[in-house]
Design a protein around this ligand. Structure first.
Ligand code: FUC
Length: 782
């Protein structure tokens, strides 16, 4: 009797939790939900993360699969091979003059041949099947499988990712009983937490499956621990599961068996011995890290852990609100919404979700003390992932962080800067060995082991401009936050050191301009003398350095030099068919629709070309962009959204944004036109790359607010489709926060918040208005 009463109370409390949760879900719009479990990792499973770890849950009824990894788990690097040399080829620079001479003489093929032999990075291939040898690759840590012992047909099945609370859920009924699960990644707890609840007493069997070598496996005091290592470099790791349940627990045959449980909480931690520190990259006390994380969870209930997580998450997430109109399609699963959207059904609610999903993903995967986002954020299920799931510096890494400032998540930008700082020392060696120059460089592909050399193939791997491009991010971080201390201590040292490379590398051409030689416009056209992207990146970096010197009032000598060099760099040039030239020579092919649109860097993310200050160059950029067309990989589409927004063509930007949401069944590597979204809304390059999600989010912001000219432009590229809307919390350069309401495509109300006394200008259509932030901290425009 006592037991029955207890059971009844429990049933009602779980039942009320269910009704609450479905009611809550109904009035919330920011939920990705599905009426069936995921079959496939890449296209359907849903991501959760705590910054350090990324996990994907499938929501299977009889068997839950939670694939996971930890950001530092990599193969390759110094411990994988005594010959690993961070990619460097000692004294490669001795061939530089010869390559330059050949280019000057127009002997491009010979220049290509010599550069391929001598200006390429070095990797050592050891293991059969490992694509990148001692360069390595990000590694999955494996999968947790949770078998749930129940039979019957599930009804009212729902699998969701709630962006407002930062948690995943699965719920269903079976045989008259209710089942409910929660999945979350807690940054403060440095742990993942999964909860399984049921109205009936349930049996579970939990197993971890690792692709890596096992060194030790224990189960003690309700904690399962697996210690293992990556085969080629012996990187050590441990992952632990702490089991908290009202059922009985036994560990046998490498499985945790739980019986008679109405709740089962699994607290999941993982760490490796990796340290972000040149030259060894090892030494982290990973066992201690996990021990401390688990100790912190002691005596905390799941609800307490969830509350702490939500506080941390909401503090970041709730800063920005976006409303683009009708949310009435929330009762339809996302996969169906995507298909219907692609066939013409307007769905502003889905567009809002797409925007906020990127913010969710950034919070889940990029926090102070963690590795920066990689090509797949922190979500990788392979030991041999595409492009090593690395840090790609010729667009991808930068795009991953485009929304960080404008979408009001500047703290999430910080891991990128820590990573950049770690690259300076190896990057200086690469600059010296390959170019005999000062400064630091990175090239196309970068791993967590200081690989800063050009890639091992030419020309795709050749891109010394990568570091300068990264430096735009530290400048932007300052410009958005106006954190002078950051600029002085972190930003400017990185920028100046990267600028030294360009002061040495640029050479004077026959007309007295400074040009980049050899250079390469990612990732086509071959070796050249004078790729425009290099010139625009160098211009942008020097220009930002000059502004930084002004702000900090330092380094007059360097500033003078930077001004002199900046003003001598070959400027963007208009070519024979009215296009913006991609190279110094006017050789652009009007039929080239390559996915990289590198020569428009000056338009976005740079600011050398603007519709207002350089209208002719803007027109030329438009001609180039039209010629490139509206197809591309996911990130290419996302970049085009931003380009058209900068060109103030909201409808064209919107057209490309819609393409980005196009459902794609493709899984291969279509470089031409396969870009779109999977049903879990992750961006399809294809395959999955997170850059497109982030670039798309930044593109939406760019349509609503721009500030790169020093003037806050309100609704500069509003698409006709977004007739009425509201945005709160976007950030603008100068340290401002902007809220806006618009009706029938016209701004009706805006609030600009900033520090009292700060002055700036805003532009509304053709009117430019100067303002000063008053004592109360904001101005209202209506
Ligand atoms: C660059 C791009 C490819 C891909 C890869 C990860 O090389 O050209 O499209 O995104 O990065």
């Amino acid at each position: 009797m006592k037991n029955d009463t207890f059971r009844l109370i429990l049933f009602f409390s779980i039942a009320s939790m269910f009704s609450c949760s479905s009611k809550r879900t109904k009035d919330k719009h920011l939920v990705l939900w599905y009426d069936k479990p995921a079959n496939e990792w890449m296209t359907e499973a849903l991501p959760v993360g705590n910054g350090y770890m990324g996990a994907m849950f499938f929501g299977g009824v009889e068997k839950e699969q939670i694939q996971f990894t930890e950001g530092t788990l990599w193969s390759g690097g110094p411990r994988s091979n005594p010959d690993y040399n961070y990619g460097n080829r000692p004294e490669a620079w001795k061939n530089l003059a010869k390559v330059r001479n050949l280019l000057d003489e127009g002997k491009t093929n010979e220049a290509h041949g010599l550069a391929s032999r001598e200006l390429t990075g070095v990797i050592h291939k050891k293991k059969e099947g490992a694509m990148f040898g001692d360069y390595g690759a990000q590694q999955t840590m494996g999968d947790l499988f949770v078998e749930i012992e129940h039979t019957g047909t599930p009804v009212n099945y729902k699998r969701e990712l709630d962006l407002t609370s930062g948690e995943g859920r699965v719920s269903y009924e079976m045989d008259g009983e209710r089942y409910f699960r929660t999945y979350l990644g807690s940054y403060p707890a440095k742990a993942m937490a999964y909860r399984f609840e049921s109205s009936a007493k349930t049996n579970y069997s939990i197993a971890y499956s690792s692709p890596h070598k096992k060194n030790k496996e224990t189960f003690f005091n309700s904690v399962y621990s697996f210690q293992g290592e990556v085969e080629d470099n012996r990187m050590q790791f441990e992952t632990c599961l702490k089991v908290d349940t009202d059922g009985n627990v036994i560990f046998e045959n490498e499985k945790i068996n739980v019986s008679g449980a109405r709740y089962l909480n699994l607290y999941h931690v993982a760490a490796t011995d990796y340290t972000l520190q040149f030259p060894e990259y090892t030494g982290n006390d990973f066992l201690d890290n996990n021990k401390i994380a688990l100790q912190k969870l002691e005596r905390k209930s799941f609800n307490e852990i969830k509350t702490i997580h939500q506080k941390d998450y909401k503090n970041l997430f709730e800063r920005v609100e976006l409303n683009l109109g009708d949310n009435s399609r929330d009762n339809i699963p996302i996969d169906r919404r995507l298909t219907e959207y692609a066939s013409g059904t307007p769905d502003p609610g889905l567009e809002q979700i797409y925007f906020q999903y990127s913010r969710y993903l950034m919070i889940a995967a990029s926090r102070l003390g963690t590795m920066p986002l990689n090509l797949q954020g922190k979500w990788n299920n392979s030991t041999n992932p595409p492009w090593a799931c690395d840090y790609h510096m010729n667009i991808n890494q930068q795009m991953l962080y485009w929304p960080a400032e404008v979408a009001n998540l500047d703290e999430c930008h910080l891991p990128l800067f820590d990573y950049m700082e770690s690259l300076v020392e190896p990057g200086k060696i690469s600059a010296k060995e390959f170019f005999n120059s000062r400064g630091w460089i990175v090239n196309t592909m970068n791993n967590p082991f200081g690989y800063t050399a050009p890639g091992w193939g030419f020309p795709w791997g050749f891109f010394p401009g990568g570091a300068a491009w990264l430096c735009q991010h530290v400048w932007e971080h300052y410009d958005f936050t106006r954190d002078k201390q950051f600029l002085e201590e972190t930003g400017f040292p990185l920028m100046k050191e990267a600028a030294l490379f360009w002061l040495d590398y640029l050479v004077e051409d026959e007309n007295g301009y400074l040009v980049s030689s050899p250079s390469y416009s990612p990732e086509h056209g071959g070796i050249s003398l004078g790729a425009s992207m290099d010139h625009q990146i160098a211009w942008d970096l020097l220009n930002n350095c000059i502004e930084a010197c002004n702000v900090l009032g330092i380094d007059d000598e360097f500033k003078r030099q930077a001004i002199k060099v900046r003003d001598k760099i070959l400027p963007p040039t208009i070519g024979r068919w009215g296009q913006l030239q991609e190279w110094k020579k006017d050789v652009d092919d009007p039929n080239n629709n390559h996915r990289h649109v590198s020569h428009l860097y000056a338009l976005h993310p740079g600011k050398q070309i603007t519709t207002k200050n350089t209208p002719d160059l803007s027109e030329a950029a438009k001609v180039s962009l039209n010629a490139r067309g509206d197809s591309g990989t996911g990130w290419s589409l996302a970049w085009k959204v931003n380009f058209w927004a900068r060109l103030k063509d909201g409808d064209r930007a919107y057209k490309l944004f819609k393409r980005l949401l196009r459902p794609t069944g493709q899984k291969g590597t279509d470089m031409m036109s396969g870009g779109g979204s999977y049903s879990n809304l992750l961006c399809a390059h294809p395959p999955f790359q997170l850059d497109g999600n982030m670039g798309g989010c930044a593109g939406i912001a760019e349509m609503l607010l721009q500030s790169h000219t020093g003037t806050l432009e309100l609704l500069p590229a509003l698409p006709t489709a977004w007739k009425n809307g509201h945005v709160k919390g976007l950030k603008a350069r100068g340290g401002f926060i902007v809220d806006m309401d618009w009706r029938d495509g016209v701004l009706v109300w805006a609030k600009i918040t900033g520090n009292p006394g700060v002055m700036s200008k805003y532009r509304l259509e053709n009117d430019v208005v100067e303002f000063e932030i008053p004592e109360n901290g904001n101005i209202i425009i209506n």
